[in-house]
Structure formats: structure tokens, C-alpha cells
Design a protein around this ligand. Sequence first.
Ligand code: HEM
Length: 485
Amino acid sequence: MASLPFDSLSSATLTACFSFAASLCLLYIILHEALAPAHAHFLALRRKKWRLPAGPPGLPLIGNLHQWRSARRSSVTLLPYLTSLAAYGEMTTLTLGSKTWVLLNTPRVVNEIINKRGSITHQRPPMPIASDLISRGKRSVLRPTAVWLEGRRVMHHLLNGSPLKTYGEWQELESIQMLASYLFQPEKWYAHHYRYANSVLHRIVLGEGLEKETAEVENLQRVIAEFLRNINANIVDFYPQLASLPKFLQFWRRGWDKMGLDHCEAFMSWWAPVKKACEEGTAPPSFVRDALLAKETRYTGSDEEAMYLAMGTISAGSDNTRMLLNTLVMAALCHPDAMTKAREEADAVCGNMAGRLPGIGDIPKMPYTCALVKEVLRWRPVVPLVPQHQLIQDLDFEGYCFPAGTEFLINSFPVAHNVDGPNVFWPERWMDGNEASVTQGLWVFGGGRRVCVGYKLAQTQLLVAFARLLYCFDYATVSLARSSF
Ligand code: HEM
């Protein structure tokens, strides 16, 4: 009788094969338990029936990380990806390494989770690269709640009535420079937006206009861009437990440490002269002089923390405002009728060519222009994914059961487009008496306890710029051959 191949294997070889397979299985289970997020554990000690919203299938150990990383390479791939995820329903679950992300796709669930349950969804998750190394643990927008609170207390000054009045006057002043630059170099409209957004923030935060050398300004812009590019981008940030390995095993630290030091030095070159002037009593009014370093404020943070607070506010405020002004130009080219209406409103308030520009005092008389600002914010949200709001305790919500540690993110595009006629540019949809409040009905500034602390400043900054630009200029496309003006 012919012998089977198995017969030729010795029992020792078979045992070795089985032990190898068993070791592989065991290794997989150990790795899975160490790296997978709580809801996916096989052997959870406090096993609970976690129930999460649906989401795209992922791969073992990495989940949807490969999809996320290829989508976030550029906004051309990111926006369609984020929009497609909304097809799963009001919420979509992604497993990214050790993290559970739940994208919030409608205003209703954003309100429920981020606002109404803000007392348990205010945490920022650990980010060993973007926060601990690149930001030396001090950029407010990524700080965990315990160390974030003190800075946030001081930043509330930016939302107060009387400083806002002074800041409004500075916004009007800086906008005149932008109008003049438009007049002389219209082809560089985007550069004028950048300068306006930055100048206003510098004046408000540091007390000085943007009078630095171009190289210094470009260096700051590089630092801001580098930071933004590295949020939710690095593998270690998706497996934060790797940061607990002994330091000599963390081969990735060196490069990011270096970047952190470089950012710190760049910030210091702006901060040090202002701090010195404050100490010598020669500083002009500013957020730094009158709030952050003022004795009455009793800020308890270190000097470096104060610096990050000031420079972080400049970074957060200037980049978003700049992008929104660029979006206005896009809207003006696509929807000239809406711009004409805004100009007619300004004409009615200021008189056609009467030599007066619309200003902050005119806001109550310019509901259409206010609504236009909100429609531009809604039409193309400039922050596609609002940073994670992490859950600090288990949550039962509408049949779902989320473990503590779940990270909720506002999926801005589907949320902003959850309206009648989402693709129609129609400022009138906002004319409900709340048009002058950019957070009413809009989630582009985030929400809950972490809501953008500059939203009131952004509101006037955008309104002054929009009203004045549309009052003074027409937007039209010109062929490149004729664009030398
Ligand atoms: C179009 C304009 C703006 C948009 C769309 C925007 C959006 C945002 C968003 C989405 C967040 C995160 C909120 C969250 O986690 O829930 C944020 C945070 C922040 N924004 Fe804005 N922002 C704008 C303008 C400004 C301005 C003008 C300032 C400056 C005064 C500013 C200062 C900040 C700061 C300091 C934070 C971090 C707050 C914290 O750490 O607690 N933003 N912003």
C-alpha cells in the first residue's frame, strides 16, 4: 500500500510545526491585545458589549490606517474620502492603529456628543509626536485637559467685550492696508490675505503690526505648516503606547525632538522682544501685556507655556482666516450675484462712493453680508476634520455603547452640507436673526469646551474684510497672458 506523505513526517517534525503555528497565533493575540483599541479586544478584562456605529472594514492590527494615510496625502483625496464615510450614517467608526475614531456626520450628533455631553468629551488624546515632541507638550490646541485649563482661562480674555472693541479697531486699521495692497498689486490677492490675517493677529496678541523681515515671516509660516502637516500623520501617534518603551528603543524621537526645538526657537525670536518690552513697561497694549502677563490675571504657567499660548493663538487665528479669505474669492468667482447683493447692502449703508468704508459699527445694518460670511464658512469649511474630542468615561448613546478613550471628530464637510440644497450658494438661508453669530447653526469652529476661542474675533475680522473687499473691488478671472495688470 502507498504511504501517505504525513507518514513520512516524524512526530517530532509535526510537533515542531504545531508549536510554531501556536506561537504565531499567540504572538498575534498578544500583539492584538496590546495594540488594538478597547472595543476590538478579544480578551477584555472588563468585557462589555461595546456597540459602535458601522464603518469601512479594516486590516488586522492596523484597522483602517492604510486607508487614512493614503487619503490624507492631499486635500484632493482627503475630502472625497471624508465625504464618502458619511454614507455609513450619522456616525462612522474608523479603527486607526490603537485608536477608535467616530466621525460625527450631522449637526444633530455633533450637538449631542460635543455640546450636550461636553463634560465628558473635552479630552485630547495622547499624540507622542505632534504634541509631546513637535510641540514640547505645550501647544494648547493639543494639550490634555489637566494642563490645558489654565491657558484656556487666560485665553477667554479674547472673547470678552471690552478688549474685543479695541481689537475691532485694529482689524479695521489693518484691513485698509489690505485694500491698498489690492489696489497696487491685485494679482497677489492671496498674499494680501495672508498679510492681513497675520498682521491683525500679531497686533492683537503681541501689540505690533507685521513689520518683520520677509524671511522671519516665512519662517513662522513654515513652522505653522509643519505643525499642521504632522497632526494625525505619524504612525506612533496612532500607537501612543509605543512612547512608553525605554527611550533608547524610541529611534524616531531624535528627528521630531529636533523639529520641536526648531519650532520653539522660531517662536522665541518673536516672543522674547515682546516679553522684554512688557517687563520694561514699554510694550503697547496687547493680549500678552494686558492678559497673559498682567499681574491681575495670575497666570501660573511657565514662561515657555506663555510663549506657546501667545504664538499658538497667532498660528491658529491667522491660517484659518487666510484660508477663508481665499475661499471668499472662489465664491465671488462662482457666485457673483451674491457678491453684488453684498455690495448693494454696503452702498445703502455707506452711500455709493461716499468716501466711507463699511465697518464694525455697521454690522447690525448689514445682515446680508453677515449671512454671506456664514455661507462661505459653510460652503467650503476650512478645517475638514475638527481635532479629536476624547471620551473620558464609557458612554451609552442611542443604542450605541462607546468605551472611554473613543475619539469623536467633527466631519466638517458632511455636517456643513446637511442642509436643504447643500450645493446651492445661498446666504439667505442664514437670515434668521442670528446671522451675526458664526457659531449659531455652524460647527466649523468646533464645539463644547474646546470651541475655537477666537470665534468672535474671526467673526469681525471676516466681516470687515468681506464687506470692504466687496465694496471696493470686483473679482473676475483673467487669462494668464493678460494678468500682468
Ligand atoms: C475662519 C476662522 C477660524 C476657524 C474656522 C477656526 C477653527 C477652529 C477650530 C475648529 C478649533 C478647534 C476646536 C475644537 O477642538 O473643537 C479652533 C481652535 C482654536 N482657535 Fe480657531 N478658528 C478660526 C479663527 C481663529 C482666530 C481668529 C483665533 C485667534 C484669536 C483663533 C484661535 C484659536 C485657538 C487659540 C484655538 C485653540 C483653543 C484651545 O486650545 O482651547 N481661531 N479654531
